[in-house]
Design a protein around this ligand. Structure first.
Ligand SMILES: [Ca+2]
Ligand SMILES: [Ca+2]
Ligand SMILES: [Ca+2]
Length: 623
């Protein structure tokens, strides 16, 4: 029997760590050896058939063997980490004669190196961190164990309400975090809650709470309260520039963007129209007023009368300001086409005429324009029944427009004062407003109608005696009382009569239509206790004028009434006895008046129980 010589065994490879295989049998050893050249007897090996490897965990005491066949290198797998293995090999021939054992080699199978990777989350927000290779879904699994040398990519995904603010302790920036596992590592991902700003503001007259730049979290809700100051109410709330009306609160829900909210306020005004229906306590009448069969009255019914009966609505506003005055009446085919209505206001008494036989004006609000009234004072609206036709008295409405002070109009110059027909005339005026500014002008002629909406203009007017009026409008839309001047085009009149309802009159206190006979024109007025009635005279040309006055009789008329007469030389006080010379012109003297100057003739009413009449004045040009 020939025996194969000794082998010489090499350990060519040590431990290799398999990825993802943290198994207790993950080690292996690769052995190689030189083939024997001679048999034991020194003859060349001729029938080498294979090798066996013996190994175990104690030297020279091999617990296992493997017939590896006729190879010169072999890898033994599944060696336990942490153990030291001892190896030897034998060769055998075709007859299964086995050689003696080779030299012994040994190898300690090292423990595989693994490290833990922990993810920590910080910040006000939330999100998820995931790893590649898998292992971490943080969320729930915020750490993993990885083999030494493994490259791990971490990806941060913020929740909808958050933004990813970045990595710290081991990574930086906001991109993918790549770590190589060469030690235990902790990576911090910071998520920040998304926040937005709601800009809340309130204009004068109230507040909004909270206000300023209000921070809110993503998806949250935020409620704002809008509170007007005393005397104010919410005018409008704009949310992101869009009007939402008169809100007291507004809530932003599921906030995912910046917003703005803005509140505006307005001063409180009487919330309702002041409506005075016929028959209410603040009405009074003279003559006989009966219930009308006119359809669609305001309230339960309307009244009618004839032949000079008067019906009065007394308005006592609780707030000073401009009011739109309108009237409701019922239609009947018997109604009068020209019914006088006197409207008292801070500006005096204005007489207007309405057509009650116009069916379209029945059972609706007929607007008479805006007038200024002072709180606490009483103002009368009086309708005067006409002749044999019927006049309806139903309801007057006062609609608050503005508490601002109306502007005042001034006619500065009309040049020339005495113009030829076709001649260009220059007009100049201005307005003043104590709590704002003047924005619009309206010039009118009593003959030619509207003239201009400019502060100054030139025009040629028709022949005749024009009453030129100017009204100005302030920035609140409130019109002034009209001011009036007389302009003569062509031959100046030699007689100027100013009756008690003409525009060129003004008054203090209450002057009521008198029931007396023989008035000049439609009627005369009466009053008492120190009120004043003034006729305004704009002479058509300079010169001497004979001044006369007309008054009516009443048994209570005063016998000693002062009349102040303004003329170019100053003011003269005359006294008249209204018990005498009634129903005719009474000359009060001749005075010089200059064109372009506004002169006043004023009577002052005398104390109770007497009464004082104001009717008409006449100026006769003498020379
Ligand atoms: Ca009524
Ligand atoms: Ca004003
Ligand atoms: Ca009169």
């Amino acid at each position: 029997m020939k025996k194969i010589n000794l082998l010489f065994l090499f350990l060519v490879c040590t431990l290799i760590i398999f990825l993802h295989a943290p198994s207790a049998f993950s080690g292996f050893a690769t052995l190689s050896w030189d083939p024997p050249v001679t048999d034991a007897d020194g003859t060349p090996v001729s029938d080498l058939a294979g090798y066996k490897i013996y190994y175990g965990t104690s030297s020279s005491n091999y617990s296992q063997n493997i017939d590896v066949g006729n190879v010169t290198t072999y890898t033994i797998n599944n060696l336990t980490e942490g153990m030291t293995y001892y190896f030897a090999a034998t060769a055998y021939d075709a007859a299964r004669n086995e050689s003696t054992e080779s030299n012994e080699v040994s190898k300690t199978i090292q423990l595989s190196l693994q490290y833990s990777l922990s993810v920590e989350k910080a910040g006000t927000g939330s999100g998820t961190v995931t790893s590649y290779p898998a292992g971490i879904i943080c969320g729930s699994a915020c750490s993993g164990t990885y083999d030494d040398g493994t490259s791990i990519s971490l990806t941060a995904s913020p929740a909808a309400n958050s933004i990813f603010a970045g990595w710290s302790t081991g990574c930086s920036g906001t991109g993918t975090c790549t770590v190589t596992m060469d030690a235990a590592k902790t990576i911090t991902a910071t998520f920040t809650l998304k926040t937005y700003a709601i800009t809340a503001s309130a204009e004068a007259g109230g507040s909004i709470s909270p206000s300023g730049s209000v921070p809110v979290n993503y998806g949250a809700s935020k409620t704002f309260s809008i509170t007007p100051d005393a005397g104010y109410h919410v005018m409008d709330v704009k949310v992101d520039g869009m009007s939402r009306g008169t809100l007291s609160t507004f809530t932003f829900t599921t906030i995912t963007a910046n917003h703005a909210i803005q509140a505006t306020f307005a001063t409180n005004t009487p919330s309702q129209d002041i409506i005075i229906d016929n028959g209410e306590p603040s009405t009074s009448s003279t003559g006989t007023w009966s219930i009308s069969s006119g359809l669609n009255p305001y309230g339960t019914n309307s009244l009618f009368s004839r032949n000079g009966g008067t019906y009065t609505w007394t308005f006592t506003p609780s707030q000073t300001g401009t009011y739109e005055v309108s009237m409701w009446w019922t239609y009947r085919p018997t109604r009068s086409s020209s019914v006088p209505i006197d409207i008292e206001s801070s500006w005096g008494t204005a007489r207007i005429y309405v057509n009650q036989i116009d069916e379209l004006k029945g059972s609706t609000w007929n607007i008479f324009g805006n007038y200024y009234f002072e709180a606490g004072k009483s103002y009368k609206v009086t309708i005067i029944a006409q002749g044999a036709s019927t006049t309806c008295a139903d309801t007057v409405r006062f609609r608050f427009i503005s508490s601002t002070t109306p502007p005042e109009a001034y006619i500065d110059s009309i040049n020339p004062r005495l113009a030829e027909p076709g001649q260009t005339i220059e007009f100049r005026g201005h307005g003043e407003d104590s709590d704002g500014y003047v924005e619009a002008y309206q010039w009118e002629s009593s003959i030619d109608g509207p003239l201009s909406d400019s502060q100054a203009f030139t025009a040629a007017l028709s022949a005749g005696t024009h009453e030129i009026s100017l009204q100005v409008q302030d920035n609140e839309g409130v019109w002034s009382q009209p001011v009036m001047e007389v302009l003569v085009v062509g031959t100046p009149p030699t007689e100027v009569i100013i009756d008690n309802h003409d525009k060129a009159t003004s008054q203090t206190g209450t002057w009521s239509v008198s029931g007396s006979t023989n008035p000049y024109g439609a009627d005369s007025l009466w009053s008492r206790d120190g009120t004043a009635f003034t006729w305004h005279f704009n002479p058509p040309q300079s010169g001497n004028y004979e001044l006369s006055m007309w008054w009516t009789f009443w048994k209570s008329r005063s016998t000693n009434i002062p009349v102040d007469i303004e003329y170019s030389g100053g003011t003269k006080r005359a006294y008249i006895n209204q018990q005498q010379n009634t129903g005719k012109w009474n000359v009060l003297g001749t005075y010089y008046f200059e064109v372009g100057v506004n002169y006043r003739i004023t009577v002052i009413s005398q104390p109770r129980p007497t009464s004082t009449c104001a009717d008409a004045v006449r100026f006769l040009y003498v020379r």
